[in-house]
Design a binder for this molecule. Structure first.
Ligand code: EPU
Length: 419
């Protein structure tokens, strides 16, 4: 196990390369299972979750090849729908995304039910309902989801009660091989969902309504060889935007897209951060003081739950009071007690955190609890007086490529050492 040592007080400047989104790469890997033709994915991030998903694909008999970690070709011609190793499945909830493609291509699938998760219960009922609407018979027994559709899936109208990223992706993946047309109402419209749609399109599926709450998918039985570039990671971009803002520095986020920050970009501007598009991506600077503002997490284009912890770290050192409401996951405030250890003034009540800005944070040993909570501690450490020690950083490595190296290149004093 490793930990990070951070000496706060350095103002960051320079450029950061923003890689492809982990949350777009994972469903694209699952899409490769639909086809017996090769799928090449470019701009892949080198993070642990992506490697875990690759191991899962290989477990199904998908041949994965590539000369570097950012471009991989998947050949699922010899894939089989046997049971995945529980050892891999328990590591990551996104493994549920193989259910739709396996069922659609082979007429059956048995996938372990993802367990509880640090940030909330995260049920998969909407994934199951979507597949049932397409004609599957599904039972959940002994911790496994068993799905069958011996005669294949048929297009249908799927109406989600609220938008779910994962359930929309499951529905899209399965509908791609279903007979006829599928309409998905109340579809999630996160850029990662749109990216999966573009990937499926490249593979030969006809999809209309990409980036909206209503998707129309014409299933096909003939997919073609395809190549797809994964969309830039808006959460990685938002995280470095906060790094620039909290240190009062200036960063160019190469490859980032301002429009994908949506409500987070607006909140940063309202707090005193300047963001503007550059030739290569996005510039971020914080010319004056930071002001506390209120935000509430919501589905895209609302304020992303995946940037809530990072934004809270920023609000800890802003002038005045801010209120942060979490509406997507029920237990996504685990960073609060750790930020308080660094001197933050935060009161938690139900789904709301009230943050009263302090003039300075003070270094302390802190512990990472999940991916985004961990990075918020690193961000706070960048401005805390003294040496902050962040342990359990394996959470960080699940979703951030070379975080310490990227920060160091921009002037941060940060060191990865054995725990
Ligand atoms: N939900 C249900 N039933 C379902 C599915 C979801 O009740 O069948 C609920 C969830 O419990 C949650 C809400 O719906 O309260 C939204 O969850 P969603 O399905 O949209 O989330 P997800 O697909 O499980 C993805 C990302 C998360 C991100 C959320 C929200 C991936 C692999 N994960 O999860 O990313 O927070 O969307 O945008 O795409 C992260 O990267 O740190 C992360 C947690």
């Amino acid at each position: 196990m490793e930990k990070l040592l951070i000496r706060g007080g350095r103002c960051l400047s320079g450029t950061v390369d923003i890689r492809g989104a982990k949350n777009a790469a994972l469903p694209a890997f699952a899409a490769s299972l639909l086809s017996d033709k090769p799928l090449t994915l470019r701009n892949l991030p080198d993070v642990v979750d992506v490697r875990t998903m690759q191991a899962l694909m290989e477990g199904y008999g998908v041949a994965v090849s590539g000369r570097s970690t950012d471009v991989l070709t998947f050949d699922a011609a010899a894939a089989e729908p046997h049971e995945a190793s529980y050892d891999i499945v328990r590591k990551m909830r996104a493994t549920i995304l193989v259910l739709g493609p396996l069922l659609a291509r082979f007429g059956r699938a048995r996938v372990s039910l993802p367990g509880g998760c640090a940030i909330g219960a995260r049920p998969v009922d909407l994934h199951i309902k979507a597949l049932e609407a397409l004609g599957a018979t599904i039972t959940v027994t002994g911790g496994y989801i068993e799905a069958s559709a011996p005669g294949g899936l048929s297009g249908a109208r799927i109406v989600f009660p609220f938008s779910s990223v994962g359930a929309t992706e499951t529905a899209m993946l399965a509908a791609s091989l279903a007979r006829g047309e599928t309409e998905i109402v109340n579809a999630a419209k996160e850029p990662e969902v749109a990216d999966l749609a573009n990937c499926l399109r490249a593979m030969g599926v006809t999809i209309e309504g990409i980036g909206t709450h209503r998707l129309l998918i014409q299933g096909t039985s003939t997919l073609k060889p395809a190549s797809h570039e994964i969309v830039a990671d808006r959460i990685e971009a938002g995280t470095y935007a906060v790094a620039a803002a909290i240190t009062g520095g200036e960063l160019e986020l190469v490859g980032a897209r301002l429009e994908h920050l949506a409500a987070v970009g607006e909140a940063l501007e309202a707090a005193g951060v300047r963001l503007w598009p550059s030739d290569r991506g996005l510039m971020v600077t914080r010319p004056g003081p930071l002001t506390g503002i209120d935000v509430m997490t919501q589905a895209y284009p609302g304020f992303s739950t995946d940037l809530q912890a990072q934004f809270m770290a920023l609000m800890c050192v802003a002038e005045g009071t801010s209120t942060i409401r979490e509406t997507v996951f029920e237990n996504r405030f685990m960073h609060v007690p750790e930020l308080v250890r660094l001197g933050a003034d935060i009161t938690l009540k139900g789904t709301s955190a009230t943050v009263r800005g302090v003039t300075r944070l003070k270094a302390a040993p802190v512990m990472a609890t999940d991916l985004r909570a961990s990075v918020s501690l690193v961000l706070a450490g960048l401005v805390a007086e003294g040496e902050t020690v962040v342990s359990r950083i394996y959470h960080l490595d699940r979703g951030y490529e070379a975080l310490d190296r990227k920060l160091k290149r921009c002037g941060a004093e940060i060191e990865r050492v054995p725990a």
